[in-house]
Write a protein that binds this ligand. Structure first.
Ligand SMILES: NC(=O)C1=CN([C@@H]2O[C@H](COP(=O)(O)OP(=O)(O)OC[C@H]3O[C@@H](n4cnc5c(N)ncnc54)[C@H](OP(=O)(O)O)[C@@H]3O)[C@@H](O)[C@H]2O)C=CC1
Ligand SMILES: Nc1nc(=O)c2c([nH]1)NC[C@@H]1CN(c3ccc(C(=O)N[C@@H](CCC(=O)O)C(=O)O)cc3)C=[N+]21
Length: 294
């Protein structure tokens, strides 16, 4: 059996178009233009690509986009000053500080400084806590995008065994919490997990967020399972160039799984689309208006 390929690129185009229609309504009926600010500290080339893609998608959806670039030597206070200025700027409804930050800057202190209402990444502890107890919250974009693809593929997730490999604050933990909210039976695996292949084989839903190229092999996948590959790993090719691969060995897993996301073209594009959707949601909440139905 060959798995259905979950087309994150096509799905993300629909989500972005919907955000664009909402922006149009907000502009026409409420004189409100949602604004997103992305803060990039340092010159990490991969980060620069994401920041550029995010900026482009934001403008395409009709929103205001602001990019703030700081030198890699920026102090924590300089980053905090930028965050405070954006918190106070009424034309900015979403703030994303690209991670990781240089080592002299305390990530937790920066995330904590972002106004939770403008925290479109959903990384502030207020939003983490609100999501966990079932209150309206900003939900992290990558796990949200994964969940949208899972629901689109499987419908109701109740009672399914979900295994999330990885327990980072930005992917693994919020992913597990969202799956629990959907009534999955959730296992979180990590570097200390014993017999990871056996744990993975129990999964109806397998989410890989490890950051290790093609670590999850075909025979770790339960036949018919839905596999979501969050990993973005750049590996060298024979010709000296590089290519992107996920955390799942796609060529093996595609023969076993029921459905699987590719890399590229899976989770990545959905992350950007969810960032736009979150920015629209944040703008509506800040303006005290209902999100338009489009
Ligand atoms: N597509 C997208 O939009 C996004 C993609 N990514 C990608 O997703 C991947 C994960 O990112 P992120 O969560 O930030 O990564 P982190 O490095 O923060 O976390 C990796 C997790 O994987 C676990 N892990 C590492 N090695 C193993 C192993 N051999 N066996 C089992 N578990 C292991 C770690 O365990 P422990 O906690 O025990 O150390 C940790 O919990 C990366 O490839 C990243 O580039 C990230 C964000 C967005
Ligand atoms: N505060 C913060 N929020 C983030 O959401 C965040 C972050 N920091 N730091 C880095 C990671 C990584 N990330 C990606 C987003 C989109 C793609 C993406 O669009 N990928 C495409 C193309 C990738 C390419 O060709 O390079 C794809 O997978 O098809 C990838 C990775 C967001 N992150």
């Amino acid at each position: 059996m060959t798995a259905t390929i979950i087309d994150g690129k096509a799905f993300s185009a629909r989500v972005r178009a919907e955000a664009g229609r909402k922006v149009m309504v907000l502009k026409e009926q409420h004189d409100l233009t949602p604004g997103l600010a992305v803060v990039l500290v340092g010159e990490d080339p991969a980060s620069q690509v994401y920041v550029r893609n995010k900026g482009k998608a934001t403008v395409e959806a009709g929103m205001k986009s602001e990019e703030i670039r700081l030198d890699v030597t920026a102090t924590e206070q300089e980053v905090l000053d930028v965050v405070h200025r954006l918190n106070a700027d009424p034309t900015i409804h979403g703030i994303l500080v690209q991670l990781p930050l240089p080592k002299q800057v305390d990530e937790m202190a920066v995330l904590d400084a972002i106004d939770p209402m403008k925290d479109v990444d959903g990384f502030h502890v207020i939003n983490t806590g609100r999501q966990a107890v079932g209150l309206p919250a900003m939900v992290p974009c990558t796990p949200l995008g994964c969940l949208m693809m899972l629901k689109d593929t499987l419908g109701d997730l109740s009672g399914l065994n979900a295994v999330v490999v990885g327990r980072s604050n930005i992917v693994g933990k919020p992913m597990a919490s969202l799956l629990l909210s959907e009534n999955c039976t959730v296992t979180i695996a990590h570097s200390r997990t014993r017999d990871l292949p056996a744990v993975c084989r129990g999964a109806d839903i397998l989410v890989a967020a490890v950051g290790r190229p093609e670590m999850i092999r075909g025979d770790w996948v339960k036949p018919g399972a839905t596999v979501i590959d969050v990993g973005i790993n750049r590996i060298p090719k024979e010709d000296g160039k590089t290519r992107l691969v996920g955390d799942v060995c796609f060529d093996e897993a595609v023969e076993v799984a029921g459905a699987i996301t590719p890399v590229p073209g899976g989770v990545g594009p959905m992350t950007i689309a969810c960032l736009l959707a979150n920015t629209v949601t944040a703008a509506c909440r800040q303006a005290g208006i209902d999100e338009p139905e489009v």
